[in-house]
Ligand binder design. Structure first.
Ligand SMILES: *Cc1c(COP(=O)(O)O)cnc(C)c1O
Length: 460
């Protein structure tokens, strides 16, 4: 049929609204949703006509497209995806995955009334922070702990409490941007602290801090530059020296350690990443870190340190605005509990397990997925190869973890096309495209998803 003719044949909205399928839908669906879906269906057909993709259609086609669009629109926008990127703590893909126990805790607390702010022993009002405080103190060795919405909030709260209208001295080499537009200088400004940058990008000495201390100095701040490394001619002041200086001048020393590792990764042949326990042991007054990076828990900002300072933060009105909710608390408790026994933490916390699991473990899994893929698909060529995974989340930027990947070759589709098709799948599969190849890293994928992945390819 002619383009013009086809365009004229497109049904009008009024006409479609009289159709039985549409009337039935209106019984239990909002009218605007029905109308929007009808319009989207008509638009899609108009587009196909204009692009010469179809040369005829029936009204039933438009109605069935309408039903498809309507069903899709009821799917949640925020949904699970399959992470085949090999980046374990992928900030765009929700960072850390919770352990089974943490998830069960969340469900139990969210679906029922609970003792969020009720002291069951005394039968009176309690504090929401009490549920995790003792646990965090135990695993970090700190005197006191407080949990807020995320680490950015933690840094802001600490500075607002200890350094409002005062100066925070920080090394120029640590004024970092951490992605998601968290910029240390900006957060500091919002907190009411003013920034005194000392040293140069690559070298900062103790005397740089010393020479800038005056009666208006509020804190000495150290920021862990987690997402980049300055190599070569560098010099940094050690934590011990900074703590010594702080003690000497009676100025609190604050550390934003970012990733918040509670496990010494160097034991497992990784680069050394400073642990929270070590900073506390060395005498840092307040340490802040994220809940959903190396810790492997939910989004949260954890503040640990000396009681006198943490107590001040608890009394700060800002804490009320930054407080974490019951579901996060449930997930956090379910995660941190594992750290009482490091072996258990490594086994049960998915982030730790994924980072520390051996290449050989993934080799078997890679061949198992390859078999499933090949059985169902003759159009594609799959090969198992060695490659590297990344920790991600701005953690361990130079660490490359040996892994196994599946590389996909196709005569039918370009790698970029295949990437889009996989991304637009009902359960999206997020892959890497590198050197003109589609790459799926086994390390961040689950065995339970292998069948679904194989099936997805068979539909292409
Ligand atoms: C990631 C990071 C932050 C921000 O933490 P969020 O929990 O994402 O708010 C702050 N400081 C450092 C050093 C970080 O690595």
């Amino acid at each position: 049929m002619e383009k013009k003719e086809l365009l004229r044949k497109l049904p009008k909205m009024d006409e479609l609204l009289k159709e039985d399928v549409v009337i039935n839908r209106l019984d239990d669906t909002m009218r605007t949703l029905v109308v929007d879906s009808l319009r989207a269906s008509i638009d899609e057909y108009r587009e196909s006509i204009l692009k010469d993709k179809i040369n005829d259609f029936a009204k039933e086609d438009i109605l069935s497209k309408f039903e498809e669009i309507l069903e899709d629109s009821k799917e949640p926008n925020l949904k699970r995806v399959i992470n085949a990127t090999g980046v374990v703590i992928h900030t765009n893909l929700g960072r850390s995955i919770l352990s089974k126990e943490a998830v069960e805790n969340v469900i139990g607390v969210a679906a029922n009334y609970n003792n969020l702010e009720y002291d069951l022993k005394k039968g009176e009002r309690g504090s929401r922070y009490s549920h995790v405080e003792e646990l965090i103190k135990k695993v970090t060795g700190a005197e006191a702990a407080l949990v807020v919405n995320n680490n950015a909030a933690a840094v802001m709260l600490v500075l607002n409490t200890l350094c409002k209208d005062k100066e925070a001295i920080v090394s120029r080499g640590q004024l970092v941007e951490i992605g998601g537009s968290f910029r240390v200088p900006d957060v500091m400004t919002f907190s009411g602290a003013s920034l005194v940058e000392v040293g140069t990008t690559n070298r900062t000495h103790l005397y740089d801090y010393e020479n800038n201390i005056n009666e208006n100095t509020g804190v000495l701040l150290k920021v862990h530059t987690s997402n980049f490394k300055i190599l070569g001619f560098t010099e940094d002041v050690s934590l011990e020296e900074l703590v010594e200086l702080g003690k000497d001048k009676s100025i609190p020393v604050i550390e934003d350690i970012g990733s918040g590792t509670l496990v010494d990764f160097s034991k497992y042949n990784f680069v050394y990443e400073p642990t929270v326990q070590e900073s506390i042991r060395k005498g840092v007054d307040v340490v802040t870190f994220s809940g959903d990076k190396m810790l492997g828990g939910p989004q949260a900002g954890i503040i640990v340190g000396k009681k006198e300072f943490v107590n001040k933060m608890k009394k700060n009105q800002l804490t009320r605005a930054l407080r974490i909710d019951k579901m996060t608390l449930a997930a956090l408790e379910g995660t941190i509990k594992y750290y009482l026994d490091e072996k258990e933490a490594i086994e049960k916390i998915p982030t730790l397990h994924m980072i520390l699991s051996s290449k050989d473990e993934h080799k078997k899994r890679a061949y198992s997925l390859k078999r499933k893929l090949q059985n169902k698909n003759k159009e594609f060529k799959f090969s198992v190869e060695e490659d590297y995974s990344m920790v991600g989340g701005g953690s361990m930027p130079i660490e490359k973890i040996p892994t196994y990947v599946i590389k996909v070759k196709s005569d039918k589709y370009k790698p970029e096309e295949l990437e889009v098709m996989l991304r637009k799948n009902k359960v999206p599969i997020i892959v890497r495209v590198s050197n003109d190849e589609v790459i799926m890293d086994i390390r961040t994928m689950f065995d339970e998803d292998f069948n679904a992945v194989a099936e997805t390819f068979s539909r292409f």
